[in-house]
Design a protein. Sequence first.
Lengths: 174, 160
Amino acid sequence: MGKIRPIQKYSYYQKTAHGGFIATKLNYAIGWGRKFSIFHYPFITACCGMEYMSAACAHWDFDRFGVGMTTFSPRQSDLLFVVGTISHKEAPVLKTVYDQMVEPNWVIACGACAVSGGIYDNYAVVQGIDRIIPVDVYIPGCPPRPETILNALLKLQDKIQKQKQDLRWNIVKE
Amino acid sequence: MEHRQRIEEQLKKQFDEKIRSVTTDLGDIVIQVQKESVAEVLGFLKHKPQDYSMLLDLTCVDNKGKKPRFEMVYHIFSLSKNHRLRIKCRVPEQDLKVESLCSLWKNANWLEREVYDMFGIQFSGHPDLRRLFMYHGFEGYPLRKDYPLRKRQPKIRLRK
C-alpha cells in the first residue's frame, strides 16, 4: 500500500473564482438567460406543420440550442411560433392567443403563408400575420427547410441577447 | 350507349317534360333537368331499382354573361352498379331558389351550405342555411365571377 494522495478539492478555476466576481452588464446577463430559456407555443394551421415537426422533434431537434421547449399554453410561453396560413376567420383566434402571452414575448412567422399570405392572395387569407400581431423573425420558404428554421431561431437568440431588456418583471422598485 | 338509352327511356317515361336532355360528356351520363323537379328526379334515382344511393358531390357553376347564369351540378353514384351519373339544372339570376336535398341525403346539408356561401343559391327546405366557410357578416359571394378580385373583408381591424 502506497501513500494515498489527497483528493484535490477544488479545480484551478474554482480556486480563482472563489470570492471573485464576473464583470458584465445587467442587460447582457438577462439577455443571456432569456435566450437559452425560450418556451415556444406552436400555432400550427397548415402543411408547414410537417416541417415544424421534423425540426422540433428528434430529427433536427432545435432544443439542443436551448430554443425549443414546447408548451401548449400561450400563458406559459415566450415565443409564438406561427406556422401556416392564417385566414381572416382565424385572425381573432391568433390575436387572442397573442394577447394571452405574458411579456416579454417574441413571434416567429414560419413559411411563406404566415410571412405574406404566400400563394393565397384572395378574399379569405390574411396577407402576412404582421397585419395582426408584431413579428420578430420571418422564415421564408414553402415550406422552409429545417436548416432555415434553425438559422431563424439562432437569429432570434442573437436578437434577444442584443435587445434592450424589458426589466419590469425582474426588478421591483421600492 | 345502351345503358344511357335505358336510363333515358326510364326517366322520360317517369318525368316526360321535366327531363330536358340526356347526353354523354367526359365519360359520364349527363342529365339536364328542369330546376323545379331536381329533388324529385334525384329521389327517383336514389331509390331502388335505380339505386344511385350515394351523393358524391354537389356544386355550382357561374356562367357569367350567359343566360341562365348559374348551373347546379350533382354527382350521384350507385354502389351496386358501380356507375356514376351527373345531373344538372340551370338557375337564373332572378330566381335563385333550388329545392334542398337534405331530406334525401344527410351530406347535402354542408354541401348546400357551401354552395350558398360561395354562390348565394337559396336552398328551400334546408334546415340550417348559414355560411359555412366565411364568417357571419361577410358580404357578397366570393366565388361569383363579379366578386371584386381585390376586395378584402377582414374580421378584426388590421395593423396597417
